[in-house]
Structures are given as C-alpha cells and as structure tokens.
Design a protein around this ligand. Structure first.
Ligand code: ADQ
Length: 486
C-alpha cells in the first residue's frame, strides 16, 4: 500500500484511520488540541498531542493499550507545537467560530475576523512544514521503488495546507500524492462567498490531486465555487477542476463505520435500559447544527397530540459536551437544560418522566446497548456532513423485530439511507407525526426497512470508504500488484 502521511483527525475517524497508518508504516501528523478531554474517541489521540508542552517527550506505546492508535511507534508521530494564543484564534476563532457555522449554512452565527484568519494561515503553514519534513524522512529511509508517499489531509482545520505542501515539495523534488477529505458539508457558492478570504481556501484545496466530500451535492458546490470565484475550467459531469496546469479530481466518498465492530459490541453489550418502555434515542455532540432544541419541541408536540404515548415512551437524549469554551455552545447548554426541565415539569408523573437527558460521555458498550434496545433513533440535524450515529444505530439493531431510524434530509446520511423515515427538523408538527408513525409502525415494515439499511452499511463500511479513497488517489495496489484507478 506504500507509505502515507496522515494529517489531522476527526472524531470517530481516528478509529478507522490509525490502524492503516500503523500497517503501512506511515507517519501521523495529528491535529492538535480539540476537546480531547470531552470525547472518548478524541481521547484516542490524546497521547499524540503535544501542543501545550512542547518539551514533553512523546510517550512510548503501552502494550496493554487497546486504543486504535496504540500501535503507532512514537518515532512515527510528529507533533506540531503552536502557541496557545495562536491556537485559540485558530481553533475557537477561525475553525469553530467561522468555518463550522458557515459551512453548515448558518452564516449569521459566523464571525469574520482578520486576526483569526492569520492564525489559521499560520497553523496551516506549520502543518505544511512538518509534512514536508515527513516527506523528506520517507524519501531518505525508503527504497526508491516503494511507491509514491500519500499525504492525506483531513477536514476544515487544514484547508490551506495542501497548496503550501505542493509548492515546497515540488521545489525540493519530493515525490508525493496529495488528497483531502472534508468531513462537514461544503456550502453553496452564495454562502461560501461571504467569507472574505474564500479564494484562498479554494486555492489551498486545489493544491491536492483529489478532494473528497461525503455526497455529490457538496462536490457540485465546490466545483461551482471554483468556477465562479476563481474562473477555473470545470467539468461538472465528471467532477473535474482545472487549476494551475493540473486537473483536480473531486469525488463523493460517503464516510461509513466499522460495521462489524458495532455488531459485535451490540452482541456483547449488557442490557442497560428497561424495555418495558419504548425508548426514542438521540445521540449527539451538543452542537447547534444537530437540531436538539427542535427535537425536544417535536417530542413535546408528540406527547401533546398523541397522549396515548404518555407513560409509555421516553426520549433518551445523550448530549456529548463539545467546544465548551465557545459562548454559542454555553448558551445552547443553558437552553437545553431549561427546555428539558420545562417539558419534564409539564408531563412527569410519579412513575415516569418523558425525557432522560445525559450530558456527558458514555462508554462504547453502553452506547451499543442503547442503539440495540431503542425503538426509534432520532437523527435530526439541521445540517450535518454525514452523521455516523445513524449508521451506528443501524449496525447495532440486532433485535427482532428491529426499531426505526428517523433521519433529516439535511444530513449526508439522509441522502443515502433512503429506507429510513425522512423528517424535516424545522417542521415541528410534522416531525412529531413522523415520530408517532415510527412508534406505531408494523413489525414487517420495520424489518423490511432495517434489513435494507443494514445491508448497505455492511457492504459500504469504513474499509470500503478507505479503499475508495485510496483507489481514487491511484494508491491502492490490487493483489496482482497494479495500481487501481477509479
Ligand atoms: P460529528 O459532528 O462529531 O462528526 P457524527 O458523525 O455523528 O458527528 O459522529 C459523532 C461520533 O461520536 C459517533 O461516532 C458517535 O458514536 C460518537 N459518540 C457520540 N456520543 C458519544 C459518547 N458519549 N461517547 C463516545 N462516543 C460518542 C463530523 C461531521 C459528521 C461526519 C463525521 C465523520 O460533523 O457529519 O459524519 O465528522 O466524517
């Protein structure tokens, strides 16, 4: 498979990506900072992050450590050290204060600040410099016939790095292939152009050989922006963009989950919830894009309009603390606390409360058990690149008869998982009716829908996604040794 340099990490992604780097003897250039104390998944990269203590040595791998990155030899990890103030402007400012809301088509929440943008450019430069160092190391230590190193950059934190890497690596005659994957939506031209330095973002991403997005709509938005902002020649049918004398391939590559791992977790997980009551489940980072307030209101409307569900149905909402330094997120937490209190105050009886609200992290076993035993999963973001929770729920639905998935059309998952019930989260009354329909759906319909959903995720799992990306880059070697092109 050749060598790789992997830049950045995004939530559950690390679980899937890290083993491949280990197998391929690649170099991991982890993204710094980011909520490591909050999310279980992000804890997995914690030992690799050395941004506040540059002098601390990278720990040796622990043989008892079973996390996916545990096998990474410390000399295969390069850390990027960034001044905490710059990091704050970069991460809380530009990444989460600007790109996150803007790319989720919520421009009113986005701030545009030149200082944050400078910090963003600086951090991207640091990553690019380290990647060049990694390419130099690989060039020295690998025999010439071991294939072209692949640099795979992840997510909106590093949209400028590719162009810089290409320019320096070309000057130094280093061999490389450069790919990028965006984990969040790419917005339409009319939203994207609100960002004052949007052309630089496009130029940065066009430094790659291939750019991947979850679904075709995001690809087309990107192609559109390249044409309208930069005047590039584009081929919308074949998703190609000409830039700087090169042709950049744009590809829809819907991310997926380690399906079999979730099935096994569901088989082994103890029963946690009392199944005498029907559980409607929500699992999300506490983020304004996830539509949590709308969801609670839809559930309240359900109880109001369909009192037959009183004392029989409970909404179990797990909200993982996220970006707790940012005011918008603190405000959302406050709003959720009040809303849960109000709805529970309104409907609770001596034996039952309508909403169980967990603000915190839970173990994977517990998560799998919730996914398995829930009657309905509510995946209703206002906007979401893909949404892995929808896929994890489906994988864990091993009970007969199964439950029902409800998904928003504004998540990438809504584009793919056609057999789910589709629900517009903005339409509160209609959303309440969709929940009612899910709770009263006949067994045979549930089984039919879930069988289709599970089959798709089983075949198109995270390994399939990885292979598709590597094939697209022309770096996946088949058994007879040829490079496979898309
Ligand atoms: P996120 O916005 O973080 O990801 P999502 O795709 O739902 O959203 O992934 C969340 C992950 O966190 C899931 O794998 C879930 O199991 C995990 N998780 C949730 N609660 C947890 C808990 N309490 N403890 C441990 N783990 C928990 C971004 C984009 C998405 C895109 C992904 C991947 O916003 O649209 O699907 O990247 O590309």
């Amino acid at each position: 498979q050749g060598n790789g340099i992997w830049v950045g990490c995004a939530g559950g992604l690390v679980t899937a990506v890290a083993p491949v780097i280990i197998q391929g003897n690649g170099i991991w250039n982890p993204h710094c900072g980011v909520e490591v104390e909050q999310s279980e998944y992000e804890k997995l990269v914690n030992p690799l992050i050395h941004f506040e203590n540059p002098d601390e040595p990278i720990p040796e791998s622990d043989p008892n450590d079973r996390t996916p990155t545990a096998g990474l030899k410390s000399n295969r990890v390069m850390s990027v050290h960034i001044d905490p103030k710059i990091f704050d402007s970069y991460y809380n400012g530009c990444c989460n204060g600007t790109f996150w809301p803007l790319f989720h088509s919520m421009p009113d929440r986005a701030m545009f600040c030149a200082e944050h943008w400078r910090a963003y450019a600086q951090v991207n430069q640091e990553f690019a410099d380290k990647t060049i160092k990694a390419l130099q190391i690989l060039a020295q230590e690998e025999p010439a016939d071991s294939g072209t190193p692949l640099v795979w950059i992840h997510d909106y934190h590093l949209m400028l790095a590719a162009n810089t890497i290409r320019n320096i690596a070309d000057e130094q005659n280093l061999k490389f292939k450069l790919g990028f994957f965006l984990h969040i939506p790419f917005p339409p031209w009319d939203i994207f152009r609100l960002f004052p330095w949007s052309d630089e973002i496009l130029q940065g991403m066009l430094g790659c050989d291939m750019v991947g997005f979850h679904i075709e709509d995001y690809c087309l938005n990107f192609v559109d922006c390249c044409q309208r902002r930069l005047g590039c020649r584009v081929d919308r049918k074949n998703l190609l963009v000409e830039h700087g004398g090169r042709t950049v391939r744009i590809r829809p590559l819907p991310i997926a989950i380690p399906y079999e791992r979730f099935v096994q977790l569901a088989q082994a997980a103890p029963r946690v919830i009392d199944t005498k009551q029907k559980i409607v489940l929500g699992v999300d980072r506490l983020d304004y894009t996830k539509g949590l307030v709308h969801r609670l209101k839809a559930f309240e409307t359900l109880l109001e309009k369909h009192p037959e569900h009183l004392e029989k149905v409970t909404l179990l909402q797990i909200a993982v603390p996220s970006r707790t330094d940012v005011k918008e997120y603190q405000d959302l937490k406050e709003e959720m606390d009040q809303l849960v209190g109000r709805i529970n105050g309104r409907f609770t009886t001596p034996n039952w409360s309508p909403i169980r609200y967990i603000y915190g992290c839970i173990s994977q076993d517990e998560l799998a058990s919730f996914y398995r035993d829930a009657a309905v999963a509510l995946v209703t973001p206002l906007r979401d690149g893909m949404n892995l929770v929808a896929k994890e729920f489906v994988a864990c639905q091993i009970n007969e008869p199964p439950g029902v998935l409800i998904v928003s059309p504004f998540a990438g998952a809504g584009e793919q998982m056609h057999e789910a019930l589709i629900c517009n989260p903005y339409e509160i009354d209609a959303a309440a009716e969709v929940i009612h329909r899910a709770l009263t759906m006949p067994e045979d319909e549930r089984t039919l829908r879930m069988n289709y959903l599970r089959k798709r995720e089983k075949v198109h799992d995270v390994n399939y996604w990885m292979r598709s990306f590597l094939k697209g880059m022309g770096t996946l070697i088949t058994e007879d040794g040829d490079d496979v092109l898309p």
